[in-house]
Design a protein around this ligand. Sequence first.
Ligand code: NAD
Length: 421
Amino acid sequence: MPAEKISMNNGLLQVPTHPIIPFIIGDGIGPDIWQASVRVFDAAVEKAYGSERKIEWKEVLAGEKAFQETGEWLPAATLDALKEYLVSIKGPLSTPVGGGMRSLNVAMRQELDLYACVRPVRWFNKVPSPVKHPEKVDMVIFRENTEDIYAGIEYMTGTPECEKLLNFLQNEMGVKKIRFPQTSSLGIKPVSIEGTERLVRAAILYALEHKRPSVTLVHKGNIMKFTEGGFKNWGYALAVREFGDKVYTWEQWEQTKKEQNEEAANKALKVAIAEGKLLIKDVIADNFLQQILLAPQDYSVVATLNLNGDYISDALAAAVGGIGIAPGANINYLTGHAVFEATHGTAPRFANTNTMNPSSVILSGVMMLEYMGWKEAAEIIVHGLSTAIARKRVTIDFYNLMDDATLVKTSEFADEVIKQM
Ligand code: NAD
């Protein structure tokens, strides 16, 4: 069977039995954890489908390896391959110091317009956690990936650009609220209707497909009324407009309460839940960070803006055992482009030690297989990984926090996962 490209047809991903998938090995601990993970992926695909299906891995260069071999951190050929083959996976990349590029990851997200950063957060039995009930955490975060403060529109105080913007704000817009204008740097926070809608739509579609009970819009709309408040309002409006018969929203609850009374609103909510409708609710970001510690079971799919999503992902990852196990994906559901990746960095001190936890890349691969519709292989890996952890044969990060565990190397952990699949 010749290897073929994954393609997109009428909004649906077309995955051949022998797809070509580009991978970026990553810097620092990247090669160690990638080499362990790829063995797990191949073994799971073989176990699930025998010789019927097989991934043809295609290495593409980025980061230090790319710089050494081509003199460029992110060669055009790499971006072309990510575009052409649609689905890819990467290890962590170090950010080049100087050179005008903020981050390779951000460059890829922008170039492919990967607007949804998707991060599932769940606990695996026996993983050491700082909270009492990590098993209550089972959320999938949809973080908007292209807008907000992250658009990078900011100006250093004292520069002519900053001065110009300040003048405009003060003289043409009548702004008087900048406390120390002469020493303020200024930043701009764009949040659009289109950007909000495509992200919230993706979160709702995911929740419906995976039979999740709710989507929560997390925002700071009480303070930033038109940007974060806009996100909330546009999100609710989209939910009703596009998914009216499948959802029940807190806004509808409020409306019923206003028009009738609270009892009637609660009754309507109960009926909606009994009918299997997806609940769309919202919560203010600071409160949400409390709630994930106090009542994480109340949240399932979360849709949020870029900066909130950054904080929330790390806080939740810590609750279920830290970044060594947190997977992620950057997806454009319209074009099909998706880059799956570990959410941690390159941990350069541990490069080539074969000691770090490959779980985040392994679980990113699980997300990738699910995205491709290869659910059987994905389930096989989750089973192998959770059994390996439950048997306490773990890498140093978990070993240090577990009683009676056996310390294994990165490659040995992969062996154990494969053995338990
Ligand atoms: P880091 O995530 O690389 O490491 C912080 C610490 O987390 C490590 O010292 C280690 O103790 C632990 N850790 C990380 N990965 C682990 C694993 N797989 N198993 C066990 N423990 C693990 O963060 P940093 O030190 O702030 O960043 C180092 C470099 O990584 C920087 O150049 C940064 O720009 C880059 N970075 C890349 C990405 C990415 O490519 N997605 C993300 C974040 C940071």
